[in-house]
Design a protein around this ligand. Sequence first.
Ligand SMILES: Cc1cc2nc3c(=O)[nH]c(=O)nc-3n(C[C@H](O)[C@H](O)[C@H](O)COP(=O)(O)OP(=O)(O)OC[C@H]3O[C@@H](n4cnc5c(N)ncnc54)[C@H](O)[C@@H]3O)c2cc1C
Length: 460
Amino acid sequence: MKAVIIGGGLTGLATAYYLGQAKPDWQICVYEQSHRFGGKVQTKRIDGYTVEMGPDSYLARKQDMTQFITDLGLGDKIVANATGQAYIYDQDRLYPIPGGSIVGIPTEFIPFAKSKLISWSGKLRAGLDYFKSPYPKQGDVSIGEFFKYHLGQEMMTKLIEPLLSGIYGGDIYSLSLDAVFPDFHRLEHKAGNLVKGMMQAKQARPVSHRPAKGVFRQVDGGLASIVDAVVAKMPANVRLIKNCQVTQLEYQGDVYRLGLIEKEQVKEVEADTLIITTPPRSYQSWFIKDKAFDAIRGMQQSTCAIAIMSFDADSFDAPIEGTGFVITRTTKTPLTACTYISKKWPKAAAPGKLVFRTFLGKPGDQTVQDHTPEELGQIALRELRKILGFTVNPLWIEVTQLKNSMPQYEVGHCQRIAKVKDHIHSTYPGLYLIGTPYYGVGMPDGVKQARELVAQLSKN
Ligand SMILES: Cc1cc2nc3c(=O)[nH]c(=O)nc-3n(C[C@H](O)[C@H](O)[C@H](O)COP(=O)(O)OP(=O)(O)OC[C@H]3O[C@@H](n4cnc5c(N)ncnc54)[C@H](O)[C@@H]3O)c2cc1C
């Protein structure tokens, strides 16, 4: 049996690693178009710093990722983030995020009542949710509409939107609640409304289950260590091929024919099993005649840039408090958030340094598309100086532009994907689509899909 995996990001590599072990008699090839493996995972090691230019960490409760890292022998390298006060920047002020709020939804009265971020009328409107019934419309709804119904416009703009939209970088009024946060729908139906549901869920968790440390996980040495380890431990029946772009794809008879460009040479290969792990854009030139793939081809992908900069901590007049901030969309700045990574991951920075990771790019704003990486670094620095009130010069700035990098799960996503998958199941034997366009955009979601697919193939 000949299997091809397209894409050498974390999802493709995890699939190859587990499939190679489960099927030692299969010949497996991974084709990666770029000159390196890892896809969006990009760790830079600069003079004693380990900084992530793409994803930064994963959620501890997503066990498939921890299992994968452990399987690679890096279990003892997993570290948790340091915690501290996070802030919201609105118009021209930083406000502490009220204690007890879970993704912006208040579950404790006193910290929420004391917060200066929300006006009294906004707090009253949010509190009224305690007496409201579940969202009236059946079926999927946008995250924005759902939370506006429950908590009101002010809570949406000032708390929920900046916190939730950071994950997808998209427009919260077009993102699907069922695809992105399915638990909220279930919770409100179970408890009668959202705030009650959140409070009950919090109460139901035994004290021992409330995390004593941060909820994010990294590995010492950065996420690239995971990529290096999986490449080094790849089973012998897997070939990893870089600089090789899959340009054409056809299903003919009972095999998949792939057109490749490898080192400027055009080639053709065949596969009985084809696993595609690439982002939606790559389908622009694949399965063109089959309209069912339009659901994937048509997915929007948001754009952002990450600018990381380092400073000598003692050159600041006053200490920088907290672990970072997110910014309300109505505040006039192209920045959306900033994490103080030397505080979140103290081991990632050299001693005595302050390292900031800023994000640029929000729906409708062209700053990231219209500027070079150097310009974006200067824009981020200018905005950060304004927000935190300093004039110090950075030691260095590193920027990555991640254009069209995050698939947007718009309202109706789950139904659209279920339809495509049904079609593939009945029309294309041996074809499997996994990765960010389908069931979760985070690293652990890709690894989970990889593990589930290999478990399914192992039964055959
Ligand atoms: C700004 C940003 C921040 C993020 N932060 C986090 C975070 O903190 N935590 C988290 O869990 N997730 C985060 N994510 C999501 C995370 O990056 C992805 O879930 C993960 O990297 C996806 O891995 P993948 O292998 O599925 O896809 P990718 O990393 O996109 O890999 C796909 C690979 O396919 C290759 N490819 C594409 N087309 C072809 C072709 N035609 N032929 C051959 N190869 C091809 C690409 O070159 C690429 O290497 C973030 C994403 C972004 C954009």
